[in-house]
Design a protein around this ligand. Sequence first.
Ligand SMILES: [Fe+2]
Length: 181
Amino acid sequence: MNIEKLWPELTWISDKKLREATTKTWELALDRGVLSPDDLQRIPFTLLAGPDLKVSFMDHKRCVVHVARESTLKMIKFFGDELPIDIDVVIAGAILADVGKLLEYETDEKGNSFQGTYGKYLRHPFSGVSLAEECGVPAEVCHIIAAHAGEGDMIKRSTEAYIVHHADFMTFLPFKSRLEI
Ligand SMILES: [Fe+2]
């Protein structure tokens, strides 16, 4: 499996060791989970936005990485040393935030995805950290995986985790529910 084809954004991670650990985590998740790269291009990115949603898992995940990177560049430009941000950590964290969904989701005979028993016990922030640690992803990036969703509201987020959390939610919440007049 060519992970770089699925995730062209991996080349944005300048630290070789971090890039390799991030790539390895995706390889492991695809190996262990039931979803294929083709499924990821096809299944809707959330199960909470109704049955007609066309935005795929990969469309959404890649958008989050782009929004997080652009936001980081703007924050570095305007805030400089006042708010140190490690852009490699942001990008790796954004690429890995939902990797655990490969263990959370299962598919039925029609190809529709649903949350399986394992996923009910361990939502993707937990399974994602488990996969990433196995592949040598450092704690500052695992923190982003752990804290990117609602569970992260219970702890103090790093700057990098705030960025990924908001990039994820600003591109998700309007699909779930928005004011329409
Ligand atoms: Fe998520």
